[in-house]
Design a binder for this molecule. Sequence first.
Ligand code: PLP
Length: 398
Amino acid sequence: MNEDELHWQSPEWVQLAAQWRLEHGVTYLNHGSFGPAPQPVLAERAEWFARLERQPMEVLTRQLVPGLERARQALAGLVHCRPEDLVLVDNATVAMNVVAGSVPLAPGDEVLLTDHEYGAVQRLWRRRCERAGARLVLCRLPLPLSGAEEVVESVLAAVTPRTRLAVFSHVTSPTAVVLPVAQLCQALRGRGVATCIDGPHAVAMQTIDLCVLGCDYYCGSCHKWLCAPFGTGFLYVHPQRQGGMEPLVISWGRTPEGRPPSWQDEFYWWGTRDPSAWLSIPAAIAFLAAVGWDRFRSRTHALARYARSCIERLTRLPAFVPDSEQWYGSMIAMPLPPLDAAALQQALWCEEQIEVPIIEWQAADGTVHVLVRPSCHLYTTPEHIDRLCAALARHLRR
Ligand SMILES: Cc1ncc(COP(=O)(O)O)c(C=O)c1O
C-alpha cells in the first residue's frame, strides 16, 4: 500500500473507523498500550453482562463453561494450538506471573531476558530470581537491528549451563521490534533452554503459529491489537510443561464429568466475577476476521510506515530496524533527540490532545534512548500521523 492509497479514504475504511467511539477531539495513537474495542464487540459484551444481571445462575452455572470453551477454541484457532494447551486469564501480566510461579528455579540458576523486555516483566523476574537465589541475566541486543542471526547469536552468547529459561517478547514494548521468535525458540531448544514468549502485542498484529514456534510458554493479551474487551488474556503451555502449572488463585477448579482431569481445570474458576469480557473474545476474532487478517495487517503497517518516514524526516534520526514487515508491524518506535520524555508526553496531551507514548528506554549498555511510539489501528488515519508530526515539530523547536 503506497502513500496515495493510504490517504485515499474508501467508504469501507471510513465505515470501519466509525465502529470505534473514541473521545471526540482526541488523537488516539496508543492502541499498543490500551486498545479500545469496536462497537460489535462492546455490544456482545453488554449482552453477556445484561444476561448475567438478569439471571446469574443461568450464566455462571450453565452458560459459562461452554462459553469459555468457545472462547478458548476461537483463540486456539487464531494462534494455532490445541485448545487443551491454552487457558484464559485476565492479561499477559497474569499469564507471566503464572509462569513465574510455576517454573522451578534453584539457587545459581539463571533466567535470561533481552534488554528490550517490558519493565514489569523485568521486575517480576528480578523478584522471582531474588527469592530463588537465582540470577537474572539481561542480554543486550545489537542496535540498530539488521539480521535475525545477530539477534539469535547475541542471545545464545548469554546462555550458560545454568540458564533454565529465556523470556523474550514477540513484539517488544519500548522499541516495537518484532523479534525473530521462531529462530530464537529453535536455537534455545538446541541448548536445552526453556522459552517463554511475552506476546501481548503480537495477538492479531502478527501471525502466531504456536505449533510451529515450539515455545514452552506464550503469554498474550487480547485487549490490545485484537480489540477484545479489557481484561482478556491467555496463557499457552506446551504439553510437556503442563504438569506443574498452578493458577494464582486457588478456588473450585473444574473437573467436567466424563472427562479425565487436565491442567486447565484449575484455571476455570477464579472466584465469582464478571466473565463477559472473556465470553466476547470470539466476537473480537470474528470482527477482525471479517476485515481480513492480511488487510488489517497491511493497512496498519502502511500507517506505521508512514509515521516512520514522517518522523524520520523531522528528526533525521534513523529507526532501529530495517524498513520491513519482518521487523515492525502496526506500531513503530522512533528515536527522538535527548529530552524530558514525561514532559513531552504530558505536553502533547495537555496542549494538543494527542495520546502517544514517549518512552525513555535504557539499553543494557546503559545508553538511554527517548522514543515516540505511535500505534496504528483501523480507526487511525494519515491525518492523525500528520497531526502528531506537526505537534512534535513545534515541541522539538522549543
Ligand atoms: C511486551 C509487553 N509485555 C507485557 C505487557 C503487559 O500487558 P497487560 O497489561 O495486558 O498484562 C505489555 C503491555 O503493554 C507489553 O508491552
